[in-house]
Design a protein around this ligand. Structure first.
Ligand SMILES: [Zn+2]
Ligand SMILES: [Zn+2]
Length: 449
């Protein structure tokens, strides 16, 4: 009898791409994992098959993000293959070729924001968002997605992209931002006026282990997912919560990650961070792969376990408190008085300072979201960036959401025309993810550069 392949693996170690040769985000992250997968004979199992990544097109990137000045200027081929690999993984699952897929690739993506002036937290292209937008476009926007990000760092980029999107639930579980890059991801960051309560952040105190991570999954993530009823569950699976990770302060084990995967039962898993190249990644990845394929993972063990993992820990009070707070937010999200949160004007405005640590770029962003009763509202963004050589970029963008109402479509088009007539912008962009051929239109203005 023929059994359907349970799990598709899409592998891309990006041999020729590195921030610096001794940087923690380097190709060995995946090479040791690959060796371990071979050693364990996982690719010989009928449940598991490997697939080659494709290269993402400019349009596929531009459906999710706005690269300044252009995709070609900020992306290497490795970025396009990492993004394309998530598309390959997404296709495997929605076409029914495999039940699930795991994209093991780099460079990672979850710190990459909607507007891209460069690289932040080792990320340039948001590989989960590229996949989600590709799949949504295939389904004419009729797709509800849940992204559960379990990297130790807050998924600030993915949160930014889906902050006001009612069809994408974004949950990030991470080491408390007061103690780790990028500093954001507090419990009171809950999404924009068009998607209030669909951004959920569970900060974990440094030192948290399997007990804390699994508590958040069992008591918050699973009930919320049952309620939201997504068509697809995506796990952005960073592995830097591991107790051996050199750049974080967490105590999660390979068994903890495998159990998390079993509980979450994601359709798609995308590798994010994880910098313990020999001590963690090979074991965590094997645990995740076995759990995804429905195989026994109880034998997966790191060479050494942390002393804390030997005694069954009580869940940290801060986690219990945060989960209780978010359970209440979720339960009451539809009764929330949005005017009290976002004001009674026609627009909600926010101003943010964003920092690109990898490329040393400072950005100030001013955003306006139309408060619309018929759709999630079009958006206008002004972005002012300056790099370490004091080179400046000043751009404006108008964003249409999926399922924009007629009035928002018209007002967005007018706003774009008006911005194009203003001389101060280096570039003006119009993003419409529902446009099949040209999701992003750019009008280069008279150059200051
Ligand atoms: Zn991370
Ligand atoms: Zn509208």
């Amino acid at each position: 009898m023929e059994t359907k392949t349970k799990l598709g693996l899409v592998f891309f170690p990006a041999f020729d791409w590195a921030i610096a040769p001794d940087h923690p985000e380097r190709e060995e992250r995946l090479l040791y994992t690959r060796d371990q997968i071979r050693e364990e004979g996982l690719l010989d199992l009928p449940e598991i098959a490997e697939f080659r990544p494709q290269i993402a097109t400019r349009q596929e990137i531009e459906r999710a993000q706005i690269c300044v000045p252009s995709v070609e200027k900020v992306c290497t081929e490795s970025h396009l293959i990492a993004a394309g690999g998530t598309i390959t993984a997404g296709d495997l699952v929605v076409s029914g070729q495999t039940e699930r897929a795991f994209a093991l690739l780099r460079p990672p993506g979850h710190h990459a924001l909607r507007i891209v002036h460069g690289s932040r937290g080792f990320c340039t292209i948001n590989i989960e968002a590229v996949m989600v937008e590709y799949l949504r476009q295939r389904r004419n926007g009729r797709l509800r997605v849940a992204i559960v990000d379990t990297d130790a760092h807050h998924a600030d980029g993915t949160q930014d992209i889906y902050y006001n999107d009612p069809d994408v639930l974004h949950i990030s579980i991470h080491q408390d931002g007061r103690t780790l890059y990028p500093g954001t991801g507090a419990v009171n960051e809950l999404g924009g006026p068009g998607a209030y309560g669909l951004t959920l952040n569970v900060p974990l105190p440094p030192g948290s282990g399997d007990a804390e991570l699994l508590y958040a999954v069992e008591h918050l993530v699973l009930p919320v997912l049952r309620d939201f009823q997504p068509d697809l569950i995506i796990n952005a699976a960073g592995q830097d919560n591991h107790f051996t990770d050199p750049i974080t302060n967490m105590n999660v084990t390979a068994q903890g990650y495998a159990r998390l995967t079993e509980l979450l039962a994601p359709d798609l898993v995308v590798l994010e961070g994880g910098y313990s190249i020999e001590g963690a990644l090979p074991y965590v990845n094997v645990g995740i792969i076995l759990a995804l394929a429905g195989l026994d993972y109880s034998g997966v063990r790191e060479p050494e376990l942390p002393p804390a993992a030997k005694k069954a820990g009580r869940v940290h009070d801060a986690v219990v408190k945060n989960v209780a707070f978010l359970q209440e937010v979720w339960a009451k999200r539809k009764e929330t008085d949005l005017a009290a949160v976002f004001g009674r004007d026609d627009y909600f405005r926010r101003k943010r300072h964003l920092y690109y640590d990898t490329d040393d770029i400072h950005e100030v962003q001013v955003e306006e979201i139309k408060l619309c009763a018929l759709c999630s509202g079009y958006r206008k963004i002004h972005s002012y960036a300056e790099d370490r050589h004091r080179k400046q970029a000043q751009i404006a963008a108008v964003l249409l959401p999926w399922h924009a109402c007629g009035a928002c479509q018209q007002q967005a088009a007018e706003a774009f025309e008006q911005l194009c007539a203003e001389p101060e912008w280096d570039d003006v962009y119009f993003q419409n993810p529902a446009d099949l051929k040209q999701p992003l239109v750019s009008r280069a203005r008279r150059g200051k550069r």
